[in-house]
Structures are given as C-alpha cells and as structure tokens.
Design a protein around this ligand. Sequence first.
Ligand SMILES: NC(=O)c1ccc[n+]([C@@H]2O[C@H](COP(=O)([O-])OP(=O)(O)OC[C@H]3O[C@@H](n4cnc5c(N)ncnc54)[C@H](OP(=O)(O)O)[C@@H]3O)[C@@H](O)[C@H]2O)c1
Length: 286
Amino acid sequence: MTTAAKQRVLIAGATGYLGGFVVREFKSRGYHVRALARSPHKLDPLKNEIDEIVTGEITDPDSIKDVCEGIDVVFSSVGITKQKTKLTFKDVDYQGNMNLLKAAKSAGVKKFIYVSVLNGPKLPHLAIVKAHEDFVDELKASGMDYAILRPTGYFSDMGEFFDMARKGRVYLFGSGDNSVNPIHGADLAVSCVDAVEGHQQEIDVGGPQVLTWREVAELAFDVQGKQVKITSVPVWLIKFAVKVTKLFNRHQGELLAFVSTMMTSNVVAPATGTRTLKEHYKALQI
Ligand SMILES: NC(=O)c1ccc[n+]([C@@H]2O[C@H](COP(=O)([O-])OP(=O)(O)OC[C@H]3O[C@@H](n4cnc5c(N)ncnc54)[C@H](OP(=O)(O)O)[C@@H]3O)[C@@H](O)[C@H]2O)c1
C-alpha cells in the first residue's frame, strides 16, 4: 500500500460514537478522509476533519455504488446499536455492509476495516452478533485484504451506568461479578487505524483497566459523590424478560439478550489505550 499521507479512506459510521473518533484519528495521520452519511448535517461537528462528504444510505445499494471510487481503504462501524428502526440487524449490520463491500470491490479498494464484537464467533445465537459475524465471513471470503476489530464495551455504553447512578439506583443483570475492560472511542480509533497499516487480520481489543460490572456501577456513584445503590436482577428473570419482550418487539428483545449476555460474561480483551473510565465519568459530570 502507498504511504499513509497519500492514502484515501472512506469512513462509514462517522456519525456514530466510534466513527467520529476514527475520522479524527485518520485525519491526524495524514489520510484523505471521505465520510459517508445518510444525514450529512450530523457531520457538522467534524467538518474540519473531513475532506469530502458523500451522501448515501448503506441499505440502498444504488445510493452508494460510486462512493468508493478513488478510495484505498474502507472503514465501517455502521451497525444498529440503540437506533429505533424497523430495519433488522441483518438488514443493516449484514446487508448494509455487504452493499458497501460490493461497492468497495468494484472500485478496487485495497483494504476493508470492520468492527465486530468481542467473542463474536462464539455468540451466533445473538442476532446482532450473528449479523456482524456473517458479514465477517463474507469479508474474509471476498479476496480483499481486511482487518476485523472485536472490541469490548465502549465508554459510551458505560454512560448508561452513570445515568442510572445519577437517578439513584443501578440495575445490574446477574451478580455483576464478571469482568470487563471497556474502551474509550479515541483509544479504539488508534487500533482501527493501526490495523490499516499492520498485518494482523483479527484483533481483539479492550481498554487499559479491568473492572467487574459491579465496580463499573460503584465508580459511577463514587464520581458523583452518591451513595451506592445497586439491584441485581436474577438471570432467570432476565431470560424471562427476553422471551416476553421478543414476543412484542423482536428487535428490542434481541438487544436485551445481547446486553444481558455481555453483563453476565467476562468481556475482557488485550488491553490498549490510556483513557480510564473514571476520567470519562468525571467528564460526564461537567
Ligand atoms: N457500543 C459498544 O459497546 C460496542 C461494542 C462492540 C462493538 N460495537 C459495534 O461497533 C459499531 C459502532 O458502534 P457505535 O457505538 O459507534 O454505534 P453508533 O454510535 O450507534 O453509530 C452507528 C453508526 O451506524 C450508522 N447506522 C445505523 N443504522 C443505520 C442505517 N439503517 N442506515 C445507515 N447507517 C446506519 C449510524 O448512522 P446514523 O447516525 O445515520 O444513524 C452511525 O453512523 C457497531 O456495529 C456496534 O455493534 C459496539
């Protein structure tokens, strides 16, 4: 590949939490940054970091068929997280990224960087993870050079504990005794851009500090100077809630199944980065 200074990257997902940090990281390393968005106004806060904006809807192949022209590297962190939508994980996380891969292949893109989920291959029963990993399988088979990042939980999601603590009580799924090393988007962005320049194709990545889920909750109270109040929701009750929610709203039920699986597992990956959750929570308090 050519040197970083001459490379052109297309970033899909730039309007999201991770994608915003990835835009900044690519730009700071001298890449020419093209961002794909369905709602370009959402990129206003990043306008000084972006060289070109292209408008397109990843689930509509015609709207993105030319977006990779002249591009060396595609990065995608497009996926349904909390968005309320009629589209499924398969529609967006799998098929949307497949549409982008097709456009990348026909434009002669050299490398595709994709963000899945830690332990993805072991969790095919979770719809969100299956959609990610089905795309990963297609990417591996595509013949294009690739790198797949499988991160732990993002600091953005750890904000949920901060919000619950602010309201006075944190609800943990299960005992909270399992561990996680969550990661700041800026630290993960460094690994994403390193992946372009390196040769490792599957990269598990977490943040610098391992905490139990209970410690994550306690930290959220501690930083706000509040008394710790934690309720553990028993696993049997969560399983029941997942089943019932799926009956009425399959998508929400699948999200609940994903979150509860994470919170009742060890979500620990090789550590990177420097930003701590305590600093993040302190920043949320301002
Ligand atoms: N959060 C975590 O802890 C975590 C952990 C491991 C892996 N991941 C994965 O990392 C990826 C990025 O996460 P994130 O927290 O940065 O997500 P995010 O903030 O919700 O951003 C998601 C991005 O995907 C785009 N998107 C979603 N639905 C779309 C649709 N129907 N059509 C077009 N674009 C759509 C969003 O665009 P709009 O702004 O237009 O909606 C946004 O740019 C996701 O695939 C997620 O599953 C997350």
